[in-house]
Each structure stands twice: as structure tokens, then as C-alpha cells.
Design a protein around this ligand. Structure first.
Ligand code: MN3
Length: 241
């Protein structure tokens, strides 16, 4: 993936604006809007299963969203079912305060709660045709990593070299600095006080149906559908928090 690809994909301005005005938290935390008894809920996809074709295929989306993500939500709800004080927190707060989660369910919350938060961000930072990398996040990627190309290359390499299952991240750390790194399994950057603003799922379930062992091809394809408008919004929101 390269900068030119990002820059040439910002075409549908109106859609970008509409999407940009929906904060991630609103999508993630349906249970905060008076639906506590239902527990955590999978956010609605803002595009169809086939909308990211040919880069991300329909069948992968159906299984990834409908089976994997829903499975994380179901297991998370089962894990916190007996503790109202846990279940009433947003998924972000639950993971930020992971040390306060009782030991006997902590691993389940890390795996399933992390899975829920990570995939919620993942869906929200993809959009058909992608959006341009610009705005404050572009400026600060350049100043932090030397150039946009260097930042993109570091993210790509991080995703390629994550051994086994995990995620590549662009985060805002506790000092409000941008960082790029990967985590294993469903470990969320929220658990170390960082706010993820872009995440790439490199579990094999994210790409194996279409790309088999060719993770690099999947990463390249994904770069065509990154919603940098949403990432920039996530960034400015995290910097204000
Ligand atoms: Mn996944």
C-alpha cells in the first residue's frame, strides 16, 4: 500500500461527511442507550457485506461479522452476566479498567471484550472506495514518522510481521503521541491506556477464504477501503479526551 493509493481514493465527498459525523462510541455502545438488559450488542454495519468487494469479499464479511464478531459479543455477555457493575460500562471503559475485572472472568473479557471492541473499530474504519488520508492525522503522522510514506510502511510491515493471530494498530498513547504496533490475539490497546484509532485484523479468518496464506495481498487490498475520514475523526476525538 502506498500514499498515492490513499490519495486517489477520496471520491464520494458527501458519504464521507455523513460517516464522519457518527462517533465510534455511538456505534459501539448501544447498551448505553437504555438497553442495558440486552448487554453488549454488535454494531450495525454501515455498508453491505458485498460493499467492500473485490478487496474484502462478501463471504468473508458474512462469516467475520455474523459469526466471529457476534460470537465475541455473546461470550462477553455470558462472562459479565453476573456482575451488573461490569456490564453497565462501555466496552472501552471495561477494557481500560481490565485490572478491576475479577480474575475468574478477566481472560474471557480480554478475549471476547477485546474481540468486540477491536472488530467494532475495524468495521467503522472501512468504507467502499476508501477515503483520503488528510487532515490533522496526516499532519501528525508526517511529523511523528518523518513522512506519510514512512508511517504507512511501518503500519504495513507491522501487520505483515505479526506472528500468528493479532492486530496491527495506529493508536494515541497516554502522552497523546501516535504509535504503531501490533498485539496478539484480541488484546486491545485500551488495556494499556492507549486509544486505537485504526486497526487491521490479521487473524487468518479475516482473509483466508480469498487470500489463503497471502497476508501481504490482503493488507494491500485493505488499503483501498480504509476510511481515513473516520480515522481522522477518531484521532481528533482521542486528542481532546
Ligand atoms: Mn477478526
Amino acid at each position: 500500500m502506498n500514499r498515492r493509493k490513499f490519495l486517489t481514493n477520496g471520491s464520494t465527498l458527501l458519504t464521507g461527511i455523513l460517516v464522519a459525523k457518527v462517533p465510534l462510541q455511538v456505534l459501539a455502545d448501544h447498551h448505553e442507550q437504555g438497553a442495558e438488559k440486552h448487554g453488549y450488542e454488535i454494531p450495525k454495519l454501515r455498508y453491505g457485506y458485498d460493499a467492500l468487494e473485490p478487496h474484502i469479499d462478501k463471504r468473508t464479511m458474512e462469516i467475520h461479522y455474523g459469526k466471529h464478531h457476534q460470537g465475541y459479543v455473546n461470550k462477553l455477555n455470558a462472562a459479565v452476566a453476573d456482575d451488573h457493575t461490569l456490564a453497565e460500562q462501555s466496552i472501552e471503559d471495561l477494557l481500560r479498567n481490565i485490572d478491576k475485572v475479577p480474575r475468574k472472568i478477566r481472560r474471557a473479557v480480554i478475549n471476547s471484550g477485546g474481540g468486540h471492541a477491536n472488530h467494532t473499530l475495524f468495521w467503522s474504519t472501512m468504507i467502499p472506495d476508501g477515503r483520503q488520508l488528510k487532515g490533522k492525522v496526516a499532519e501528525d503522522l508526517q511529523s511523528t514518522f518523518g513522512s506519510i510514506d514512512a508511517a504507512v510502511q511501518k503500519f504495513t510491515d507491522t501487520a505483515k510481521t505479526r506472528f500468528g493471530s493479532g492486530w496491527a494498530w495506529l493508536v494515541v498513547d497516554e502522552k497523546k503521541k501516535l504509535q504503531i504496533y501490533s498485539t496478539k490475539n484480541q488484546d486491545s490497546p485500551l488495556m494499556q491506556g492507549h486509544t486505537p484509532i485504526l486497526g487491521l485484523d490479521v487473524w487468518e479468518h479475516a482473509y483466508y477464504l480469498k487470500y489463503q496464506n497471502r497476508r501481504a495481498d490482503y493488507i494491500e487490498a485493505w488499503s483501498n477501503v480504509v476510511n481515513w475520514t473516520q480515522v481522522n475523526l477518531n484521532y481528533t476525538t482521542a486528542m481532546k479526551a
